[in-house]
Design a protein around this ligand. Sequence first.
Ligand SMILES: [Fe+2]
Ligand SMILES: [Fe+2]
Length: 292
Amino acid sequence: MAEAEASPGEPAARSPRGDAAPTGAVRDTSILFIGDVVGSLGRRTLTDCLPMLRERHAPTFVVVNGENAAGGLGITPKIAEQMFAGGVDAITLGNHAYRRREIFAYLEGDRPIVRPANYLRSQPGRGVCVVEADGVRLGVVNLSGNVYMRAGRSAFTEIEVALGELGGAEHVLVDMHAEATSEKVAMGWHLDGRVTAVVGTHTHVPSADARVLPGGTAYITDVGMTGPRGGVIGVKREQAVEALLTQMPVRFETSEEDPWLMGVLITCSGPRRARAIEQLLMPRPPAAGQDR
Ligand SMILES: [Fe+2]
Ligand SMILES: [Fe+2]
């Protein structure tokens, strides 16, 4: 396992939904956020890595961006249910939210899956959900950037509406799904001191700027993806290069090479504040490489 920072070395208490009794010490609330899961290989990587991450970090909550989970584009109800059954507490999405028609009605149901809150109100689903574990409530907000992205309303105004829908949630995680680094950095500053964490997604490339801002909000510009690092942001590299080289349409397929899980672990302090954010960059365990 390769990590950008050393493990905090906390005692080995397990997840509230895990497999061991608490040690007696009250653990800090923590949130494991995992970047865009790409295709079936990304889903298998998530399945293979999550037990190790639970063992090591005992996160209170696990939140996953699932916008690329179905063949690289979108998500289906079946895949979402598989993620929830595997211990994921909430799923965020992004510009590929509506690639699969069967997800439309599912997004209107009561499952903790959110599409960008600043999409049009007429579009299926909602942008905010609240999940609970260990008696702690986590509000999860999904936003879309407006620079080079199609979102009907401004992320910077709609976040105020979204925060107003969270009630008394002790912690808030905002997934800012955006192309432009500047827009994500600005959202981090805009929300500093008001939410527990602002995590960027969409580019599929992890950035090296994870930190807790002065007001107590954990921030990273992009978490990266969970999927094939051997491709071009998830696509077979030969196809991506061919498209750029020839300037002609090329059918893209999901790469199957060099799968990694990319995420961050946010350790909370007081209400809606973070003490630490640790970047987690983890290759799929070799022993799990025999695909099922
Ligand atoms: Fe993505
Ligand atoms: Fe995206």
